[in-house]
Design a protein around this ligand. Structure first.
Ligand SMILES: Cc1cc2nc3c(=O)[nH]c(=O)nc-3n(C[C@H](O)[C@H](O)[C@H](O)COP(=O)(O)OP(=O)(O)OC[C@H]3O[C@@H](n4cnc5c(N)ncnc54)[C@H](O)[C@@H]3O)c2cc1C
Length: 465
């Protein structure tokens, strides 16, 4: 393909970015700074018609296709070498119908775009816990966040989607329209087409909620997590919690003396009235001797962006993850033993508390079958680009060893947390036989040639598992 052909995508009115473009290096960069791929063309789409034109162009020229939503997938699947990136980063519109309590969100939106639009009406849906994460990839893989125990996963709130298929057709998927595709879009990732917009259900949340982290010294980890296990067992549905193990981030709200001190934190968000929220977190805040307690009434939108600076674009990242059936004493001991062995003060582990509304949905209702896992751990190695030579290898080894130690306790994996060096069998692990087989059937119908394969790939021919 010549430079001339890449500059000419028929019926395309967006921006075409090739290696000669001054923004090329910025446009090909993704959240994970270890990813360094050079696509032949980046088709920055202005709307659905541009996406359809770009897909058709890719097919005609037999190009590899990557789809860029928020570019946050740690594996860097938003960008490819040589082929075309269908870039949705200019498609970030979000509009709210406060009467129907739904939002229509374009496929390249970030969670901060959605929260900004929905919170203007005191509404929200389950989204990611970092504001600069993309709606597209997160929603298609499942979507876990502060609100999930009360309102379900992000996919459980999906009402309909507009999809550009591998044939370049524009179709709608909902419970009544292409229901097989609608099922697959709720967990099956970017395998079935490019989703140009999502409509999803909203719920009253905030605008003020009780939320924030409490930090304790790393030495207290075993006691804190054992206490936490009992605390969350009786927690109300409204209370979302994440344990974060690592060091205290150097945020402006934290005393400088505490920056980078090894610590365990429980970060909470109560999606209900402030007084009830204060009651719900009281025992947690009184436990032991916290180093710092930042819990209090806060705007939900602010809480949603509170972690943004702890995982910025461009650092180097490497992830390992698994679901955990429970927090047994053994699991807690393994976590306490490994969490602080990272050499980089930016590395961390985070344990999401699942359950309630997540578990209420049956295994086969969506393509996210592991509904009964109580907890989900992500081991996030993170270091600065200039530390790559000194820290890159050791941090990755730390994450792998940590996961290895948890091996006897693994209970499946969340597909969105898989990294590029995770064995392809882990995609299967995320779905299990029955869901994978059904996804393969839908894939065979909507993308039999596997045009959309730069992702956590479902093989269309794998129907005889
Ligand atoms: C800092 C950080 C915090 C995170 N926090 C959470 C969290 O709280 N909860 C959670 O559930 N996950 C979380 N994740 C994981 C997240 O769900 C995945 O990384 C997800 O892939 C991000 O989506 P994206 O659109 O930003 O990524 P991208 O890299 O742009 O996309 C990933 C893949 O999704 C597909 N895709 C994206 N958009 C579309 C679209 N519109 N149509 C079709 N395919 C598309 C493509 O196949 C693409 O390769 C987090 C990730 C990071 C880096």
């Amino acid at each position: 393909m010549t430079a001339q052909t890449t500059n000419q995508i028929p019926r395309f009115r967006g921006e075409v970015i090739t290696a000669q473009h001054r923004e090329y290096d910025v446009a090909r960069a993704v959240w994970n700074g270890t990813v360094d791929r050079r696509p032949a063309v980046i088709a920055r789409c202005g709307g659905t018609t541009d996406v359809a034109a770009a897909v058709s162009f890719a097919r005609e020229h037999d190009l590899e296709v990557a789809v860029r939503g928020g570019a946050h997938n740690v594996a860097g699947t938003a960008v490819c070498d040589d082929g075309i990136v269908i870039d949705l980063s200019a498609m970030r519109g979000a509009s709210v119908d406060p009467i129907q309590r739904t939002a229509l969100v374009q496929g390249g939106s970030l969670w901060r775009d959605v929260d900004h639009a929905t919170q203007a009406h005191g509404l929200a849906t389950t989204g990611g816990i970092v504001g600069h994460t993309g709606v597209g990839g997160l929603r298609l893989g499942g979507g876990i966040g502060w609100l999930m125990r009360k309102h379900g996963l992000t996919i459980d709130n999906l009402v309909e989607a507009e999809v550009v298929t591998a044939e370049g057709e524009i179709i709608r998927a909902s419970a009544d329209d292409h229901p097989d595709l609608f099922w697959a879009l709720r967990g099956g990732g970017g395998n079935f087409g490019v989703v140009t917009s999502f409509r999803f259900a909203l719920h009253p949340v905030g605008p003020t909620v009780v939320a924030g982290p409490v930090f304790w010294a790393a030495e207290d980890t075993t006691d804190v997590v054992r206490f936490y296990r009992e605390f969350v067992a009786g927690a109300p549905d409204e209370l979302g919690n994440v344990i974060r193990l690592g060091t205290i981030p150097p945020l402006p709200v934290v005393d400088v003396d505490l920056h980078f001190r090894p610590a365990v934190a429980v970060v909470s968000c109560y999606a209900g009235p402030v007084e009830a929220g204060e009651r719900a977190v009281r025992a947690l805040r009184r436990f032991g001797t916290p180093l710092v307690d930042l819990v209090g009434p806060t705007r939900y939108v602010d809480h949603q962006s509170g972690l943004d600076d702890t995982v910025p674009h461009g650092w180097h990242y490497y992830w390992k993850a698994t679901n955990l059936a429970g927090l047994s004493d053994d699991v807690i001991d393994i976590v306490a033993e490994h969490a602080y062995d990272a050499a980089s003060p930016r590395s961390y582990a985070a344990i999401f508390h699942m359950g309630v509304a997540v578990a209420r949905v049956s295994r086969d209702a969506t393509a996210y079958p592991v509904r009964d896992a109580e907890h989900n751990i992500i081991i996030g190695a993170a270091w600065l680009p200039e530390q790559n030579v000194t820290l890159g290898t050791t941090e990755a080894a730390w994450a792998r060893q940590f996961l290895e130690a948890l091996q006897p306790h693994r209970a499946g994996v969340y597909v969105n947390f898989l990294d590029s060096d995770d064995d392809p069998s882990r995609v299967h692990e995320a779905y299990g036989d029955a869901t994978y087989r059904r996804l393969a059937e839908v894939k065979a119908e909507y993308d039999p040639e596997n045009v959309f394969h730069i992702n956590k790939n479902i093989q269309p021919e794998a129907t005889d598992l």
